[in-house]
Design a protein around this ligand. Structure first.
Ligand code: PNS
Length: 164
């Protein structure tokens, strides 16, 4: 029987509650979900690729059919070599759509890899990692925006005190 394996790709710098919502919902729909951290531009981020992977592994450890990996180069090459049938992406707002549609069409053109879009939970439609990094860097509270393990790692990274 063919295993339906999908990837949830992204920078995940760091993983947010919005990402986790998409990963969880994807895991309900597909046999296997591989969350893949794109390492091409990662050196300019806040967290190293290893740190991002460690946080993703921590926050997905209760999901038996979810694993975490990394990729360099083209996502479609990763998909081809790992038997991936489709790319799953979350769409937060119309503003995401143009860029995501371009990538989806290009990835299909390059390798006939399908992209499946899931609409973001409206609770998280304003949420992106860059905002989380900025709020945390200026001492704001991001505890409701990221999983507790990520909140803790942000405090470690920024040298800020814990709650209370
Ligand atoms: O979280 P992001 O930054 O939106 O993730 C973007 C990512 C890493 C999924 C995207 O940039 C990507 O797939 N990069 C790999 C390079 C690639 O395949 N480029 C061609 C896209 S058509």
């Amino acid at each position: 029987m063919r295993v339906h394996r999908v990837v949830c790709p992204g920078s995940f710098d760091p993983v947010t509650n919005g990402h986790l919502d998409i990963i969880r919902r994807a895991a309900l729909l597909h046999d296997e979900v591989i969350v893949v951290v794109g390492a091409n531009r990662a050196k300019h981020g806040m967290f190293t690729v290893d740190e991002r992977v460690a946080m993703l592994e921590e926050v997905t450890k209760d999901l038996a059919n979810v694993s975490v990996g990394t990729f360099r180069g083209l996502l479609v090459d990763y998909c081809r070599t790992h038997g991936v049938s489709a790319i799953v992406k979350g769409l937060r707002a119309v503003s995401d759509f143009e860029y995501e549609m371009e990538m989806a069409q290009m990835n299909y053109r390059l390798a006939e890899i399908e992209t499946l879009f899931m609409t973001a939970n409206p609770l998280y439609s304003f949420l992106r990692s860059s905002l989380v990094r900025e709020i945390a860097a200026y001492g704001g509270n991001v505890a409701a925006l990221v999983p507790p393990a990520v909140d803790a790692q942000l405090r470690v990274k920024l040298g800020s005190p814990g709650p209370g």
